[in-house]
Design a protein around this ligand. Structure first.
Ligand SMILES: Nc1ncnc2c1ncn2[C@@H]1O[C@H](COP(=O)(O)OP(=O)(O)OP(=O)(O)O)[C@@H](O)[C@H]1O
Ligand SMILES: [Mg+2]
Length: 220
């Protein structure tokens, strides 16, 4: 199963949602979970330290002669049942290889969660667009913000569902997302200072905040 989390407007909570979904799925019995980072913030959010290796960009760069088990060897252990495929430092601009990567991830036995980051119309979003397009679940993460809704409407792809990161006191809510974008909202995560503190301290994986786990449990 391939689940790609993406946003149409930056800074909305995509990395937090993708990392939390991966952690929750890893806690379920069954296949292992791979969290693929295209945006670069996952290791810091999960508090991973040490060398991360060549990651996705290194795999793309190695071209078609790369050994079959190379992807698995590039993954870094992050928690019980969870490995992270880091972004790597290089560009993600070889879109033919990204298509191959997407096919490998779809066919593999692991449950794969992708943090695709911001998906826009620029060339830099190419890899994210491909991994969102290939996903069984293409999850748009957004805030209850009119400007964000407009970006989502203008995005180059349609999500299969949305996760709303809500702030108290906003006039827009779940129904507005569903009515405007015509996609189901799978989860609503409240903005909570304990969540931001856990991210700041790199503690998402070791001390996943309760409210965050609770709001995404059903979606996972
Ligand atoms: N539910 C939440 N409650 C409180 N703070 C949150 C929540 N979700 C995310 N944040 C905070 O908001 C900021 C942005 O979150 P995050 O990095 O996950 O967004 P993003 O969409 O991945 O951003 P980018 O577009 O830069 O990749 C971070 O400081 C994070 O701690
Ligand atoms: Mg991010």
């Amino acid at each position: 199963v391939l689940i790609t989390c993406w946003s149409a407007k930056g800074g909305v909570g995509t990395t937090v949602v993708a990392s939390t979904l991966a952690l929750l799925l890893a806690r379920q019995p069954g296949d292992s979970v791979l969290l693929v980072d295209l945006a670069g913030d996952v290791p810091a959010a999960l508090g991973l330290s040490g060398a991360l290796g060549p990651g996705v960009s290194g795999w793309l760069d190695a071209g078609p002669d790369v050994p079959a088990d190379a992807l698995a060897r590039l993954a870094v252990p992050a928690a019980e049942g969870l490995e992270v495929l880091p972004r790597g430092d290089g560009p993600l601009d070889d879109l033919e290889r990204v298509e191959v990567l997407a096919a490998l991830l779809v066919q593999g036995s692991a449950t794969v969660v992708v943090d695709a980051g911001l998906v826009g119309r620029s060339a830099e979003s190419g890899a994210a667009r491909i991994l969102a397009g290939a996903a069984d679940h293409s999850l748009l993460v957004l805030r209850p913000c009119f400007l964000g809704f407009q970006r989502a409407m203008a995005a180059p792809l349609r999500p299969s569902a949305a996760v709303l990161v809500s702030e108290p006191g906003r006039s827009l809510g779940v129904h507005d997302v569903e009515a405007t974008l015509n996609v189901p909202v799978r989860a609503e995560v409240m903005v909570d200072p304990s969540i931001a503190r856990a991210v700041d301290a790199g503690l998402l994986s070791s001390r996943l905040p309760r409210p965050l786990a609770r709001s995404l449990a059903a979606a996972a």
